[in-house]
Ligand binder design. Sequence first.
Ligand SMILES: [Cu+2]
Length: 365
Amino acid sequence: MFMIVATLAAIAGASPSGSASAQAASLTVTIGGGESGYAVNLFLPDTVSVVEGTTLTWRNPWFEGHQVAFLGGTTAPAPGTPGASAPTNAGQLVDYQGVGFLSSGTLRRNDTFQARFPKAGIYQYLCLTHRGPPAQSGTVVVVPAGTPGISTQAQVDAAAAKTYADTLATLKAEAATLAKNAVQRVPNADGTATWRVLVTGGKVGTSDVQQFFPPTLAIAAGDTVVWEGRTPVPHPVAFLGGARALPAGANPQTPVAAPAAGYAGVGYVNTGSFGAGRPATTASMKFAAAGSYPFICALHFDQGMGGVVTVAASQAAPAPGKTGNAGLVERNGDTPLAVTLGLLGAAIMVVATARRVTGRPPRRD
Ligand SMILES: [Cu+2]
């Protein structure tokens, strides 16, 4: 019995121009998706065709927040405007006909948003959280009943699955490239060192790699670590001092400075937000005492974004395999390479500087 039902469903899914009963009066669009370290920021699929009167449901399956917003001739509220991420019609099912601002507000994991489209037309929308450029955007094509080519849920789901898989693959390829970035250990006059070019995040189109590169680093007490944000997406680095969560009420993007002598694993500290095109493109933190200090991105830890800084007691007793390389460049923090690779590090810094100069304007968080 189950097989017969499944087969009939497959036939219906393959016949988009079938009877009116096969045309969806309701349809669900998936918003993005992801897995640990990766956020696919797309409407899946980005275009659907529905008949007049259809109720569309958008559903977010992943931790990255999204906002479904129809501008309808209005200007989108500027990022950071109070209330800009709140729903315009909380709890109401709205009939949308293309005029005025309609927004879901921020949709988090498993949240849904619905709107009904009573009138034929082409309705474009975007995610205010990922407004780009490029913007995460979508289109609802509404046609009179009986028009062929209406999207079935099976077609929509298949298109969504394919685009999701393809996008995830591009994000993983970008992550593999970012993992090859050199980490540079620059000796300081006082015998300590500054560790540079720890990259936070990566980007392909509207989608994000939510990882630190490298995720682990071994340094010595007195050393300073510098993180560089090469995309506009903020990834504030936070140490929780052994706590399991941010302090109650803490704004994840607000800096909380470490002691002047350096962080020693006590209490909550946060670099605040930084990234390409932001007031700060880098953030740094000094470490005062030996220990192993896990850190998180205060915005994306629920997507698996974090790392560990391991601090040895002194420069004379560096952590095995990570330091003690006389200031040479290390590739990905693992294998000491020849001093000539210092040129590689310099080249990366030049590229990074060029990217900063041409960086995009700040985006919404
Ligand atoms: Cu982050």
